[in-house]
Design a protein around this ligand. Structure first.
Ligand code: NDP
Length: 342
């Protein structure tokens, strides 16, 4: 679309994700463009605005929602602030009559997520949660193959998303701002990914949480979580996440007649899909070539298209709420050391 027909977004919160991924991704988007910034750091915002051709008048502070409301160029707001602030910023954006794209995790509790859905419904604006992997072509191919039945029945899924966490003073390690540790930040990709892959909702959850004793990093939030999800069809997903390991983000799907492996499944880039299946007595191994695409651009375009064509996003607020409910069940299962029925 030509620039003037594209959906105008205000980006809220100019942190690492906004500066390093989202704002650059607009350059690869076809239906979205950045037209405004919301930031608590005016000097940074001025620099960023100049870099992206955003008008100086379209820079707002976190208390300027009335002024933002009056800017007709802003059709959608992309909330990219710490997790515990998502509710406040989504509700404010809805109050300003703007459609909302909100970063994951949606919130820090199911009740917050419900309030956000309600606010957007009341304001008759769309709410999408930024589950970028659901827009990423390799992840989508895995889902397509697994569900097609071409490799036989789906049985077991293993999903792992781990990395080392950075400095101890960051908000991600403060429970009040993050809501939790590795689980809501990166383990969520495993949870949301296996739900998207199976197309089912888990009925039962088991979990274990562990943090290195005496680590200054994990006084408030957890370091590692392993959890299993049992689905109505009998599929079992075994998931793991950690802030204390060498980076690894891998998805393995085991079916009756084959196996799919997606390396770097939950990374920004670098996905590599491998498929093994039996052909007679031989094992056939394939590595399909899937042209890489910027998943942030695909996600922005999906939201823009939903606004332009008045469609419901593939990952609406309800999708975020369901994950909040399941994450609460995972923590409860770990606490009680017993399976939790959902
Ligand atoms: P950063 O800490 O890098 O940036 C957060 C920004 O939010 C800050 O730079 C600041 O921007 C603003 N902010 C407003 N209030 C506060 C506050 N009290 N404390 C700290 N920052 C504040 O975080 P990220 O960019 O890494 O993460 C932001 C959101 O994006 C999180 O919800 C995270 O889960 C999600 N995320 C998603 C990823 C994905 O792949 N989809 C990857 C990384 C993060 P300003 O100075 O402009 O006000």
């Amino acid at each position: 679309l030509p620039p003037e027909k594209r959906v105008g977004f205000a980006v809220v919160g100019l942190g690492r994700l906004s500066l390093e991924e989202i704002l650059p991704a607009f350059g690869e988007a076809k239906m979205a463009r950045p037209v405004a910034l919301v930031s608590g750091s005016p000097d940074k915002a001025k620099l960023v605005a100049a870099q992206y051709g955003i008008a100086a008048e379209a820079i707002y502070g976190y208390g300027d929602w009335d002024r933002l409301k009056a800017n007709p160029a802003v059709q959608a707001v992309y909330v990219v602030t710490p997790n515990a602030l998502h509710r406040e910023h989504v509700v404010a954006a809805a109050g300003a009559g703007k459609h909302v794209l909100c970063e994951k995790p949606m919130a820090t509790s199911p009740d917050e997520a419900r309030a956000m859905i309600e606010a957007c419904a009341q304001a008759k604006v769309k709410l999408m949660i930024a589950y970028r992997c659901q827009y990423e072509p390799n992840n989508r191919e895995v889902t397509k193959i697994a569900r097609s039945g071409s490799l036989g029945r789906l049985r077991l899924i293993q999903a792992f998303n781990g990395q080392t966490s950075g400095l101890p003073e960051q908000w991600r390690l403060r429970k009040a701002l993050a809501g939790g540790g590795a689980l809501p930040d990166i383990g969520l990709y495993c949870l949301n990914g296996v739900r998207a892959l199976t197309g089912e909702e888990p009925v039962s959850v088991t979990a274990q949480v562990h943090s290195t004793p005496d680590s200054p990093l994990f006084r408030e939030v957890e370091e590692s979580v392993v959890f299993t999800l049992t689905f109505p069809s009998g599929v079992i997903a075994q998931c793991g996440t950690s802030y204390g390991v060498h980076e690894s983000r891998r998805l393995d799907v085991h079916t009756e007649g084959g196996a799919l492996t997606l390396e770097n499944a939950f990374a920004y880039r670098g996905q590599r899909l491998m498929i093994a299946h039996r052909e007679g007595t031989r094992v056939q191994k394939d590595e399909p070539v899937i042209p890489p695409k910027n998943q942030f651009a695909l996600e922005l375009d999906h939201m823009a298209e939903c606004i332009l064509k008045d469609r419901r996003p593939r990952t609406p607020g309800e999708e975020g709420l369901q994950d909040q409910i399941l994450m609460a069940a995972i923590y409860e299962a770990a606490r009680s050391r017993a399976p939790v029925t959902v």
